[in-house]
Design a binder for this molecule. Structure first.
Ligand code: NAP
Ligand code: ZN
Length: 347
């Protein structure tokens, strides 16, 4: 075991604070990574504050990790010391169920291991995430990161990037499709960039008028305020695909009405509270309401390569580790442009 520095939440209603954690010595197939940057995802906040239930304290959040390989086990073939690498939302899975065999490790039928607040495959050890100086991960769950792009802007691709890329690919969004993105935060701004890069006509649906200019700069063709009743009514039956990234309770019915015949609305945001959906909005127009969880390792590598090729990165605001509690408050107030990233040198 190696003791490393981290930041942890010890209780739902207490600020995160410095904490020492044990990292395992790299096993034969393991890669040890010195973390350079870690993005701040809204899931970190839901978990630190136990909004979904099931948080095991102390919890060290962080699943948008970019760093350098510092040690490798003797069976590691994919990486060498000094390589630039990434780690996303999960670090292991059973490897033999149908989902794993199909490169959909995020849907592992025997329970994948998330990067933090999750059981390792030994079903005993709790994982600690990227708000830490180092992490040890089996090589199959480590991604190659191009040095071509600024690494702090690449970090958010490991969650916000793949979570929005995967449904766009799975539901086959193509040039000319009308796509709406609901909520302009970390996931939302990546959804706009990625959908626009695939040739879709993108509309940003936001409750924040001050984000209109940014939405256009990020690549949205249109901006609509969800708080304006007439604007929303005017958008009825408009979109082929809606990507909903909102983190808090809101009325799905208002958005389902905006789908065209056979349109699909994918939920990415995970509000902690249940919602009512009126069947009529699905029945009329044979619309679908679906969900999607990040993406598999193979697809995450594909997304990183796609972003390197198309020069797509996240818009970030860098913070020190000791600014994390303030960053959480600002995220909750919608004051994030558009992802906080922790510079791990500050830990
Ligand atoms: P974020 O940066 O905080 O963005 C969420 C956006 O939702 C806000 O910027 C805001 O946009 C909108 N919003 C927030 N509260 C709202 C409210 N009360 N009513 C209406 N709109 C509201 O969060 P994020 O990191 O993008 O994460 C978004 C959600 O996705 C979280 O629930 C997170 O846990 C989840 N998530 C899911 C996956 C997955 O695999 N499915 C992966 C990562 C994250 P406007 O100001 O523009 O309205
Ligand atoms: Zn995330």
């Amino acid at each position: 075991m190696t003791q490393v520095k981290s930041y942890a939440a010890h209780q739902a209603d207490k600020p995160l604070a410095p904490f020492q954690i044990d990292r395992r010595e790299p096993g034969a197939g393991d890669v040890e990574i010195e973390i350079l940057y870690c993005g701040v995802c809204h899931s970190d906040i839901h978990t630190a504050r136990n909004e979904w239930g099931g948080t095991q304290y102390p919890v060290v959040p962080g699943h948008e990790i970019v760093g350098k390989v510092t040690r490798v086990g003797n069976e590691v073939s994919k990486f060498k010391i000094g390589d630039t690498v990434g780690v996303g939302c999960f670090v292991d899975s059973c490897g033999h169920c149908d989902s794993c065999k199909d490169h959909q490790e995020q849907y592992c039928e025997n329970g994948h291991t998330q990067t933090y607040n999750s059981l390792s495959q030994d079903k005993k050890t709790i994982t600690y995430g990227g708000y830490s100086s180092h992490i040890v991960v089996t090589q199959d769950f480590v991604l190659s990161v191009s040095d071509k792009l600024p690494l702090e802007k690449v970090a958010p691709l490991l969650c916000a990037g793949i979570t929005t890329y995967s449904p766009l690919k799975y539901w086959g969004v193509k040039a000319g499709d009308k796509v709406a993105v609901v909520g302009l935060g970390g996931l939302g701004h990546m959804a706009v960039k990625l959908a626009a890069s695939m040739g879709a006509e993108v509309t940003m649906l936001s409750r924040s008028p001050k984000k209109a200019k940014d939405a256009k700069e990020l690549g949205a063709h249109h901006f609509a305020l969800t708080t304006e009743k007439e604007t929303m009514e005017g958008l009825a039956n408009t979109f082929n695909f809606i990507i909903d990234t909102v983190s808090a309770e809101h009325d799905y019915n208002e958005y389902l009405k905006l789908l065209r015949t056979n349109g699909v609305m994918v939920l990415l945001g995970i509000p902690p509270t249940p919602s009512d959906v009126q069947a009529v909005h699905l029945v009329m127009g044979r619309r679908s309401l679906v969900g999607s969880l990040v993406g598999g390792i193979k697809e995450t590598q594909e997304m990183l390569d796609y972003c390197a090729e198309h020069n797509i990165t996240s818009d970030v605001e860098m913070i020190r580790m000791d600014q994390i509690n303030e960053a959480y408050e600002r995220t909750l107030n919608g004051d994030v442009h558009y992802r906080f990233v922790v510079d791990m040198k500050s830990l």
